[in-house]
Design a protein around this ligand. Structure first.
Ligand code: ADP
Ligand code: MG
Length: 637
């Protein structure tokens, strides 16, 4: 145990001041790091109500000298450095002497501690920065700190906090990273009475990886290692199957400190690039041990960054060391897995739903450059086509493509050139389901009935109407048709689900799990029936009907990544839109060769949806060239 020095005013000022206690998770971080600095072997972390009610950390570290216990709560009270120079040889997490006073100022803190040299320990109780008592008492070796009622005296701060569930998941996620970084210390995290994890102490990085990230990650990583003169690089990287849409599962530890570093991230991603062609972020946990002289940990009060000293040779050494470690491991081990087909069978027969209501939702939007042309109906069946299509799809429903085949067989090809009447300014809300209302329905079309010319690149539909050439992005169009129907059904809480014959088990990290829990009702409203399966795993029992036979694992992670990316404070409609658009994309297969009949069916559906001109992701679905445009291009005019 080292004694505590009070930094001189001057030194203290040199260490940039800053807010250390932003939220409960930053308190947890500071306290755990203090315990780690005290060389604890075992750490017990208990959280209640997202840390707002209680954060309790019990360690078996070196403890605090009884006479120093109140100094620990004074600004700049630290045992870790004595002068600014010490920062550059620092091995500890802390050095600013800011955390305890900052935390004690905004909560009710009780700390008791006993170093091994003493038979009795000492306890201090501080409320909102004011010492209430300090007493000697018998206690275990090490330190126990209890932080209660966080921000009780700064209500303004509470406004900035995320939802309790989200705060809780921030803590869980942070603890995961801290446990990963200090894998030689055994940590037990208990959140609201439930044990989230317990890691092994000692040198059991791989076992801890399994505990913290689960079996799926454990089975899809390979170790990396590269030892040089001034630094060592080691850790694990994951294959494509565990890549994700966010960087959340990328961790870099420099001298055990979790940091963000564009230099190292670039080295890693660069090495990956030549092996994996994905636009996702690979999984990795990378440890770099380097002589402390080469880094500056004092870039930011939260110490989430370190700077490598401004030295091109050093930059290059670090970059190369990481790059080489990865390349070698990738070259030796990497087998890029086949896209895993999940063994999910289609479902039982779904229940009937109210299509009339669905159709009645159609509203009219102007299609800007179409001249309305009235032409009498020749086929009274056509008016009914859309609803027939859906009904038949449901009966037949083996997969999306097949749906199209089956349902479109009823369609009369002779209708191809029928012109449309387009109303431009009124919204019509009457249901249109009978064949008599065919003309009426036609009046709701957003663009005219296009004469089909063909399909190119298995992706684009070519058609003409009057003196205009149309190019339609088939996949975008299909996505949008599904999207609009799905969105309406969600709005009416009328989504039809199918039971998966084999439910999909999806392993989640606890951060993902918390995000899911935050949005459980949203998923339910969207037709996903999901149960807890223990250990942060979930079981998807039912999915929206139109999804067919989805790769649920992939889709679900994509959805969670997107929800996370959107940040907090989202309206439910934004969430619905986001999830629905991802689901619809998953439902639409790329590069299908469509038959004419299928194309016509798709076009017909597209004509009647609310917003046919953009896909759910905002890209255009339809391009139009006038004859004039084309003639100009050929320099005829
Ligand atoms: P810093 O960690 O930057 O030194 P803190 O305010 O976090 O500043 O802590 C102040 C001091 O209190 C530390 O330097 C250390 O001496 C002592 N301390 C805090 N927590 C513990 C602990 N769990 N075990 C032993 N000493 C501790
Ligand atoms: Mg500290």
């Amino acid at each position: 145990m080292r004694r505590i020095n009070l930094l001189s005013e001057n030194t203290a000022n040199k260490i940039a001041a800053g807010e250390v206690v932003e939220r409960a998770s930053s308190v947890v971080k500071e306290l755990v790091e203090n315990s780690l600095d005290a060389e604890s072997k075992n750490l017990n972390i208990e959280i209640e109500e997202s840390g707002n009610k209680l954060i309790r950390i019990i360690d078996d570290g070196t403890g605090i000298h009884p006479e120093d216990i109140s100094k620990a709560f004074m600004p700049h009270g630290t045992s870790k450095i004595a002068s600014l120079d010490d920062i550059y040889s620092i091995q500890s997490y802390g050095f600013r002497g800011e955390a305890l006073p900052s935390i004690a100022a905004v909560s009710k803190v009780k700390l008791k501690s006993r170093p091994s040299e003493f038979e009795y320990g000492r306890e201090i109780f501080i409320e909102g920065g004011r010492v209430v008592h300090e007493i000697d008492l018998g206690c275990n070796l090490g330190t126990e700190i209890e932080v209660k009622d966080l921000f009780f005296n700064t209500p303004a701060r509470q406004k900035f906090l995320k939802s309790p569930q989200r705060e809780k998941s921030l803590i869980n996620d942070l603890m995961l990273k801290l446990a990963l970084g200090s894998y030689k210390t055994s940590m037990t995290l208990i959140n609201d009475g439930k044990q989230v994890f317990k890691t092994f102490g000692e040198d059991e990085l791989d076992k801890n990886l399994r505990i913290l990230y689960g079996k799926e990650v454990y089975e899809n990583v390979i170790p990396i290692e590269n030892h040089g003169d001034i630094l060592s690089v080691y850790g694990y990287i994951g294959n494509e199957s565990i890549s994700r849409g966010s960087r959340n599962r990328q961790s870099i530890f420099v001298n055990k400190r979790l940091i963000k570093s564009s230099l190292i991230t670039a080295a890693v991603e660069n090495a990956f690039k030549s092996f994996i062609m994905v636009n996702k972020f690979p999984f990795f946990v990378i440890y770099i041990d380097i002589f402390p002289e080469f880094i500056d940990p004092n870039v930011h009060p939260t110490k989430n960054e370190v700077k490598f000293l401004e030295d091109r040779v050093l930059f290059k050494t670090v970059f190369d060391a990481v790059h080489t470690a990865l390349k070698e491991a990738l070259r030796k081990n990497f087998v890029i897995p086949e896209e895993e087909e999940e063994e999910v069978q289609p479902f039982r027969q779904p229940v009937e739903r109210d299509y009339a209501a669905e159709v009645s939702q159609l509203s009219l939007h102007e299609y800007p450059s179409v001249t309305p042309v009235r032409e009498p109906s020749r086929d009274s069946e056509v008016g009914n086509m859309s609803s027939n299509y859906i009904k038949e799809s449901i009966e037949a429903f083996p997969s999306n493509t097949q749906v199209m085949h089956e349902s479109l067989n009823t369609f009369n090809k002779g209708e191809m050139t029928l012109a449309a009447e387009v109303h431009t300014n009124n919204i019509i809300e009457k249901p249109i389901v009978t064949s008599e209302s065919r003309t009426y329905r036609e009046s709701l079309a957003k663009f005219p009935k296009i004469k089909l010319i063909g399909q190119c690149f298995n992706s684009y539909i070519i058609g003409e109407y009057m003196n205009e050439l149309y190019l339609i992005d088939q996949h975008a169009a299909h996505e949008k048709v599904l999207f609009e129907k799905y969105r309406k059904n969600i709005g009416n809480l009328n989504v039809v689900s199918q039971i998966l014959a084999v439910p999909a088990i999806i392993p989640l990290t606890f951060d993902e799990y918390a995000l899911f829990k935050d949005n459980e009702q949203v998923f339910l409203n969207m037709g996903f029936v999901i149960e807890d399966f223990g250990d942060n795993d979930i079981l998807v029992r039912e999915v929206p009907l139109f999804l067919g036979n989805p790769q649920m694992n992939k889709l679900f992670h994509e959805i969670l990544d997107n929800l996370r990316g959107l940040g907090s404070g989202l309206t439910i409609d934004v969430k619905y839109d986001k999830i629905a658009s991802l689901a619809c994309r998953a439902a639409v297969k790329a590069n299908d060769k469509l038959s004419d009949i299928e194309i016509l069916g798709l076009l017909d559906e597209l004509r009647y949806i609310d917003e046919p001109f953009t896909c759910p992701h905002g890209r255009p679905t339809i391009l139009k060239y006038t004859m004039k445009d084309i003639e100009k291009s050929f320099k005829r005019i």
